[in-house]
Design a protein around this ligand. Structure first.
Ligand SMILES: [Zn+2]
Length: 197
């Protein structure tokens, strides 16, 4: 394979990058100065070397603990389980969650052949078990799709012997939304997840 085709193939693997964009990236590299290319290569090596999993929650971290786990004052008895580090970042942005997280790095999917032991489920069970009754609540914030629901069910069974309270994030009517325009699945979920007022 020619050098240019090779770099286009590499960029094509990036999430959300189509053939046209991959080509634009490749041509940018071709036009860039030697020092720009060097700093790109250096940045790639550095991030690969520095970023690892947090020892507690499996979020991305540059130290033993991620920035959330390292924060004093976090409620360690409250664990929110998410599929991806991006989900954690989204919840953090909302600034209303004071607990800690556990990142699964995926969801159980029989269709795609992803078994429970291929994501960080046993690590969560081990973490909760090792806390010896100190975990008060686990909030399951996996996506409200087939895989996320299957993962939530699996987690619920696994966690039950160790945690008093297991909850699932509410999904349903978006703020500012119009009930009239909602699809029946979402509306069904909203009704099922209703709360006392
Ligand atoms: Zn962490």
């Amino acid at each position: 394979m020619k050098a240019l085709d090779k770099i286009i193939t590499v960029f094509r693997k990036f999430p959300g990058v189509g053939p046209k964009q991959a080509e634009r990236f490749a041509l940018y590299v071709v036009r860039a100065s030697n020092s720009e290319v060097e700093s790109l290569v250096e940045a790639l090596r550095a991030v690969k070397k520095a970023v690892r999993y947090c020892r507690e929650c499996y979020n991305y971290a540059e130290d033993d603990l991620c920035s959330v786990c390292a924060e004093p004052g976090r409620d360690r008895a409250l664990i929110c389980v998410v599929e991806r580090p991006q989900d954690l970042a989204a919840i953090e942005k909302a600034r209303s969650f004071t607990g800690v997280y556990h990142v699964l790095h995926g969801a159980v999917s029989p269709a795609e052949g992803i078994a429970p032991d291929q994501i960080k489920i046993k690590e969560l069970l081990e973490r909760v078990r090792a806390a010896d009754g100190l975990v008060r609540e686990v909030i399951i914030a996996t996506n409200p799709d087939t895989e996320g629901e299957a993962t939530a069910m699996y987690l619920m069974h696994g966690l039950k012997p160790y945690v008093g309270k297991i909850t699932r994030i509410a999904c349903g009517v978006p703020l500012g939304g119009d009930i009239d325009y909602m699809d029946e699945v979402t509306l069904g979920h909203a009704l099922k997840g209703r709360t006392n007022i």
